[in-house]
Ligand binder design. Structure first.
Ligand code: GLU
Length: 503
């Protein structure tokens, strides 16, 4: 078997969409699984769409996910350079070679003239295609006398190089995911391979590089499937063997058909990018939303691939072990933001209390609270089951850090009784006497007192919670008071009684 060499080839036109991250991930898994090599190639020849900062963003995003290319701009490698603008001179030679062998030609039509034709055709209800059906009457080196177009070249007239797509030929290829595909060339146009600005188009640069970098499998998004017939023809014209192709199904909107877009994320409150995008129109990222990279990667892996078992939780190594292209589905996968949270919840619970405490300490610091790690470890252990993100620990534990100022009105109306104040004063006396203010000992003392007096446990505990927390929420009440301590507990009971009874 030939060695596996795959590439992720993003264009730096903005933040990398999670669909792109999934493409990178599947390439990575496939490479690792097959002892192959992953190349990161930056396809930046479209200068009009180039966005400053996007290249760094792509590399940082992959790094965050733990997707490590073997060859690339940072990594180096024997097939570099890995940025297409650094290979610019190379592409011209290949474009020229196709012209020399009759597979491509010079075209001098201005963009305005082509636009005019497009409109003309449209007004007649048809579509203009620059190919065998029309090229004979357009301004190119196939239709014009040689002396004429050569003099234009000499005079520096702007031109593009177009591929000479044969007329009416069935182009066949196999895709690992889609199966056998046949397309008739009459539906295809003579694509521009080389532009008047001296840059190759995506098509030329992409296949030249895939060939020179000895790519064995092209694994990419389904939106590139329509380009394959042209690519197959280009390989043939150069006399090269094409790689194998695998086109991944789309990531779909959570609530309908169509590709998942940034708008869906904005509308439904979830990011569609791995990292925060800081330029121009900013965009949220999974990292900044508090996702763990393990959760993000695990979720993405299962959007389009399935292990064939019920297993859902996979480390990167387990994904590599289990991954196969045969288990990538044909149909699009619907993105599910709840499932994304579910994965994060899972990975959060797998972290040690120490890790969570360190992470939560940062959240607290930003709010102006300082606590030692040992105390925070006790706290995160109480609430981690209820949260999916570290920042949510605050929502579940704010009352540990600040006494209530308001008391939930509905709860007060329902729980506060005539004799509540008196009972709370008795409770204070009990709590003052407890030797060691630990959850276990306070619970024993309080329950003992309730039993002795024959009080209603529910009634006491509900009022107690109301005064400590301000509402009917939070973990076990004795865990809470153990954490805040005797002095603070008694202070809160007094303050609560005073506030509710209006004294
Ligand atoms: N530069 C293309 C993109 O931005 C790469 C497509 C391919 O993998 O061939 O997606």
């Amino acid at each position: 078997m030939t060695s596996v060499r795959v590439r992720f080839a993003p264009s730096p036109t903005g933040p990398l969409h999670i669909g792109g991250v999934r493409t990178a991930l599947y390439n990575y898994l496939f490479a690792r699984k097959n002892n192959g090599v992953l190349i990161l190639r930056i396809e930046d020849t479209d200068r009009a769409r180039f966005v400053e900062g996007a290249e760094e963003y792509i590399m940082e995003a992959l790094e965050w996910c733990g997707i490590r290319p073997d060859e690339g701009i940072r990594e180096g490698g024997p097939f570099g350079p890995y940025r297409q603008t650094d290979r610019q001179e190379l592409y011209r030679q290949y474009a020229n070679r196709l012209v020399e062998t009759g597979h491509a030609y010079y075209a001098f039509d201005t963009p305005e003239a082509l636009e005019e034709l497009r409109r003309e055709y449209e007004s007649k209800g048809s579509a203009f295609i620059y190919n065998a059906s029309s090229r004979g009457s357009l301004r190119n080196s196939l239709s014009l006398p040689e002396a004429e177009w050569k003099s234009w070249l000499d005079e520096g007239e702007p031109y593009v190089i177009r591929y000479r797509m044969p007329a009416d030929e069935d182009i066949h290829f196999d895709d690992i995911i889609r199966g056998h595909v046949v397309v008739n060339s009459s539906a295809l146009d003579d694509k521009v391979l080389f532009k008047s600005d001296g840059m190759p188009t995506y098509h030329l640069a992409n296949i030249v590089d895939d060939h020179l970098m000895e790519i064995s499998h092209v694994i990419r998004g389904e939106e590139w499937l329509p380009s394959v017939p042209l690519h197959v023809m280009l390989y043939r014209s150069f006399g090269w063997d094409p790689p194998l192709f695998a086109h991944l199904p789309l990531l779909l909107k959570p609530d309908g058909k169509g590709k998942l877009s940034k708008r869906d994320g904005d509308r439904m409150g979830f990011p569609v990018f791995p990292l925060f995008w800081p330029y121009g129109e900013t965009a949220n990222g999974y990292r900044e939303e508090g996702y763990y990279p393990e959760a993000f990667v695990n979720m993405l892996a299962l959007l389009g691939w399935n292990p064939g078992t019920e297993k859902e939780i996979f480390t990167m190594d387990e994904l590599i072990e289990a991954f196969s292209m045969e288990r990538v589905g044909k149909s699009g996968s619907r993105f599910d933001p709840d499932k994304a949270r579910w994965f994060n919840h899972h990975y959060l619970r797998e972290r040690t209390n120490n890790q969570l405490a360190l992470e939560f300490r940062e959240v607290l610091r930003a709010k102006g609270y300082q606590h030692d790690i040992v105390r925070l470890e006790v706290l995160v252990d109480m609430v981690k089951e209820r949260v999916s993100f570290v920042r949510e620990i605050w929502d579940e534990s704010d009352f540990f850090f600040k006494a209530p100022v308001l008391y939930d009105e509905v709860a007060v109306r329902k729980r506060w009784k005539q004799n509540s104040a008196g009972m709370m004063n008795e409770l204070i006396a009990v709590l003052e006497k407890v030797q060691n203010f630990s959850p276990a000992l306070t619970e024993e003392a309080v329950k003992g007192w309730i039993g002795e007096k024959g009080y209603d446990t529910g009634e006491i505990m509900n009022v107690f919670r109301l005064l400590i927390v301000g509402a009917m929420r939070g973990p076990h009440i004795f865990d809470i008071i153990g954490w805040i301590g005797r002095e603070e507990t008694i202070k809160r009971i007094n303050a609560g009684v005073a506030a509710i009874t209006g004294q």
